[in-house]
Design a protein around this ligand. Structure first.
Ligand code: BTN
Length: 264
């Protein structure tokens, strides 16, 4: 299945109040995140979505590339202008959690999880990833860009990725309508955004229940170096920082992507 994204049919069924009402569609673009970062401040609105069927220089976390086959997946960026620049990592996780919810709905099971900081895994295989970036004007947050790459209908992955990545279609055994899926996902993101805005404690609780390693003793990699000892993962706090208990019963707080959790 490689039909281009049908903006008209997406618009017909959109059930959000504000998210995705402005959708910019590109057949091919360098990167939706790069575009969303560079577009002028006068041209953005809160909740605008930039979606491309093909990215020529899609970017992932840790300066990696994000390469997917054209017109099979969802590769898009949300532009958000939240009232505060505080707790932004929690907001990214709220979006990642919405991706988990949407996939679980598709696959009718609860096998999709979050891996700190921003990966979405289905039974140890990556199904989606998020890349968040910010634009500041002076010390004022101008926009938050949440880039989401979700493997939807892609069936074949490169040899390096074939054991590590999967798509909804591969797990469901059936192609998925991308326009409906995006509509469902945006509704969930909008709902979680509201929980974030209201600092609702349910948001952290829900996210923690879905994070791999929660409540377990795990190893940590910091700046790509494996740390000695083991740490008990206490989950994320209301700022989206990761809390870990060390073997001396001290709580350590990590707020950067430099920290990775090693569970096996
Ligand atoms: C990761 O490494 O897991 C994050 C991947 C993020 C990919 C998405 S696709 C849409 C948006 N545009 C980009 O260039 N990257 C993000």
């Amino acid at each position: 299945m490689s039909d281009t994204f049908d903006k008209g049919s997406f618009k017909q069924q959109i059930g959000t109040q504000w998210l995705g009402h402005k959708l910019q569609y590109f057949k091919s673009l360098e990167s939706t995140n790069t575009y969303a970062k560079e577009i002028s401040a006068a041209d953005i609105t809160h909740g605008m979505v930039c979606l491309a069927d093909h990215q020529t220089q899609g970017r992932g976390q840790y300066e990696r590339e994000w390469e997917t086959l054209p017109a099979q997946n969802l590769t898009f960026s949300l532009i958000l202008t939240p009232p505060t620049a505080a707790r932004l990592h929690l907001l990214t996780m709220a979006c990642a959690y919405a991706v988990v919810q949407s996939i679980n709905e598709q696959l009718a099971n609860n096998k999709t999880c979050l891996k700190w900081p921003n990966d979405v895994l289905y039974q140890h295989k990556k199904m989606a990833g998020l890349l968040t970036e910010t634009v500041f004007l002076g010390n004022r947050l101008d926009r938050l860009i949440v880039g989401i790459g979700l493997n939807v209908n892609q069936q074949k992955f490169s040899p390096e990725l074939s054991n590590k990545a999967t798509s909804i279609r591969n797990e469901k055994g059936k192609a998925v309508n991308r326009e409906l899926l995006l509509g469902d996902l945006l509704k969930r993101i909008e709902y979680n955004y509201q929980l974030w805005e209201q600092a609702d404690e349910m948001l952290c609780k829900n996210i923690n229940q879905r994070i791999i390693g929660y409540g377990q003793w795990v190893k940590l990699k910091v700046d790509n170096r494996l740390w000695d000892g083991r740490y008990k993962m206490l989950g994320i706090n209301e700022a989206g920082a990761l809390l870990m208990l060390d073997e001396d019963q001290q709580v350590k707080t990590f707020s950067h992507e430099q920290v990775r959790v090693v569970t096996d």
